[in-house]
Design a protein around this ligand. Structure first.
Ligand code: ZN
Length: 449
C-alpha cells in the first residue's frame, strides 16, 4: 500500500511517545506504526527527533469581539500557533449568536473564510431565549456559553438564575455542554463603584475589584444548579486555585463538571498586572504568585481539564485607554499564536510534564469533552491533524516578528522560550510550514458533533 503522505518522527500518543511513522490518505490517518517496516508514500517527511502531536484544540476563541478581526485572520493566527481546530465564542460584536439565522450565517462564513477547522458556540438572550436552544443544537452548535457577569447588556449579558436553570434543564436532556463565565456581578460592580468613587484606578484596582470569592461563589451556585438539573457543566477561564478545590468536591459528588484555565493564569501574576497595566488586564484578573503556584499544583494533579487561550484581539489604541484608568481598558489578551509555544516551554521544558500529558491537556481532553469527532488523537481513522514541535529550538517571542498580530503582546514580548512549531497539518495538508500559511481561506471546515 502506498500512502499520499507519510510522516516520520516522535509520535505522541496518550500512553507513549515513540519513533514511528504515520500513513495518510484523504486527510485521514490510515496507519500508525513503528519504524521497523518503512511505509511507502508519494510524499515523505522525516521530522527526526521532533515531536508529532495530535493537532491542538483551543475551545475558547473570540473572532468577532473586535469585528475587524474575523475568521480568516484569526484562523491564520491559529495555524501559525499550532492549533488545528478551535471553537469560536458567540459574543460577536455588535450582536451575539442567539438564533439559528445568525448561527447559520456564521457557519457559512467559517466554510468560506477559515484556514483551519472551526466549531461554534451558541448563547441565549438575557430573557426568553431558551426556546432557541434546541434549534441551535440542530444547526450544529457544539455547546452554549453564558455569563453570570454583565459586560454588556446585549452582547455579553448576565443571565438571570431562572434562565440558567431552564437552560440547564433543556441541555441536560440533549447531552449538550453548558459553560459559564463565572463572576458575581453584584459584588464586582459594587467594588468597582467604590474604587471609582475613591479614585483608585491604578492597574491593581482591577484585581482588587474581582477578588477570588467573586469567582468562587458564582461557581458554587452553578455547581449546585448542575447537581439538581444534571447539566453537563463547564467552567471557562478558572483563575483561582480555590475554585478548583470547590469544583473537585462537586466532582466527587457526581456533578458532571470540567474546568479550564487560560494560559495567562499560569504564566502571569499580579506583579505583571502592576507592571503592564491594561496589557495584562483580563477578567477574571490574574492572581498572586502564590495562587499561580497552586494553579500549577492543580494542573499537575489533573484537576484542570484543559488550557485555552481566550484569544481576543484589541487594538493597541483600545488597550491604551486604560493606562491612566485601568477600568477604561477592555479585558482580554491575544493568544492563539503564542499559547502552544509558551505552554510547551512552561510545561514540558520547565515543569516535567511529559509530551503525552501536554497533548492530553491541549488536544485529547477538549476533543472528548466537546465530542469533536475524529480529532484529539493520533489514531487510525482519525483526522490527519498534527502539530510538529522542535523541542530544542530556542527563540524569542517578539511582537515585531509575530506574523499576524499587530497588538503589542507586552507581557510576553522579548520572552525567550524553548520549543518551536515547525509545521501544522489539518486533514493531511500543511496549513503552516514554519514560515507561512499555505492554504487559502475556505480550506477550513465548519465542524459540529
Ligand atoms: Zn472568553
Amino acid at each position: 500500500m502506498k500512502y499520499e503522505l507519510v510522516l516520520k518522527g516522535k509520535i505522541v500518543q496518550e500512553d507513549k511517545v515513540f519513533l514511528g511513522q504515520i500513513g495518510i490518505n484523504n486527510g485521514k490517518i490510515m496507519k500508525v506504526s513503528s519504524i521497523k517496516e518503512e511505509l511507502l508514500g508519494k510524499e515523505k517527511i522525516d521530522y527526526g527527533n521532533n515531536y508529532i502531536f495530535p493537532g491542538f484544540i483551543d475551545t475558547h476563541v473570540h473572532c468577532f469581539s473586535n469585528p475587524e478581526e474575523g475568521i480568516t485572520k484569526t484562523s491564520k493566527l491559529a495555524a501559525v500557533g499550532g492549533i488545528t481546530t478551535f471553537i469560536d465564542m458567540p459574543y460577536d460584536s455588535p450582536i451575539p449568536i442567539t438564533n439559528v439565522n445568525r448561527f447559520e450565517k456564521k457557519a457559512n462564513l467559517v466554510n468560506k473564510e477559515s484556514v483551519i477547522d472551526i466549531g461554534l458556540w451558541g448563547t441565549i438572550t438575557k430573557e426568553n431565549g431558551t426556546s432557541n436552544l434546541k434549534p441551535l443544537i440542530k444547526s450544529g452548535a457544539i455547546a452554549f456559553k453564558m455569563s453570570t457577569f454583565e459586560t454588556d447588556e446585549k452582547r455579553f449579558p448576565q443571565i438571570p438564575n431562572y434562565e440558567i436553570v431552564k437552560t440547564m434543564e433543556i441541555l441536560a436532556t440533549t447531552n449538550t455542554l453548558v459553560a459559564f463565565h463565572s463572576e458575581d456581578n453584584d459584588l464586582v460592580q459594587s467594588l468597582i463603584k467604590k474604587h471609582l468613587a475613591e479614585d483608585k484606578v491604578y492597574p491593581l484596582a482591577h484585581a482588587e475589584t474581582h477578588p477570588a470569592y467573586t469567582e468562587v461563589i458564582s461557581v458554587l451556585k452553578l455547581l449546585e444548579l448542575a447537581y439538581w438539573t444534571k447539566a453537563k457543566l463547564h467552567i471557562v477561564h478558572v483563575s483561582h486555585p480555590r475554585t478548583l478545590d470547590i469544583i473537585n468536591i462537586f466532582k466527587k459528588m457526581g456533578v458532571d463538571v470540567t474546568a479550564e484555565t487560560c494560559y495567562p493564569y499560569l504564566l502571569l501574576n499580579t506583579n505583571d498586572l502592576d507592571k503592564y497595566g491594561p496589557f495584562a488586564k483580563m477578567s477574571p484578573p490574574v492572581r498572586s504568585a502564590d495562587d499561580v503556584k497552586r494553579m500549577w499544583e492543580h494542573l499537575k494533579q489533573g484537576n484542570i481539564d484543559f488550557i485555552t487561550s481566550d484569544h481576543v484581539f484589541w487594538d493597541k489604541i483600545d488597550k491604551e485607554k486604560g493606562i491612566n484608568n485601568i477600568f477604561e481598558a477592555p479585558a482580554g489578551l491575544p493568544g492563539l499564536e503564542v499559547m502552544i509555544p509558551l505552554m510547551f516551554d512552561a510545561m514540558v521544558i520547565n515543569n516535567n510534564f511529559t509530551p503525552s500529558e501536554f497533548s492530553k491537556i491541549m488536544s485529547t481532553n477538549p476533543a472528548n469533552r466537546f465530542e469533536i469527532l475524529n480529532k484529539g488523537k493520533i489514531k487510525e481513522g482519525y483526522d490527519a491533524d498534527f502539530t510538529i514541535i522542535d523541542p530544542n529550538k530556542k527563540w524569542e517571542i517578539s511582537s515585531n516578528t509575530l506574523l499576524f498580530t499587530n497588538s503589542k503582546l507586552l507581557p510576553f514580548n522579548r520572552k525567550n522560550i524553548k520549543g518551536k512549531i515547525k509545521n501544522t497539518f489539518v486533514r493531511g495538508v500543511s496549513v503552516f510550514d514554519g514560515k507561512k500559511v499555505n492554504v487559502q481561506p475556505g480550506f477550513g471546515n465548519f465542524i459540529h458533533k
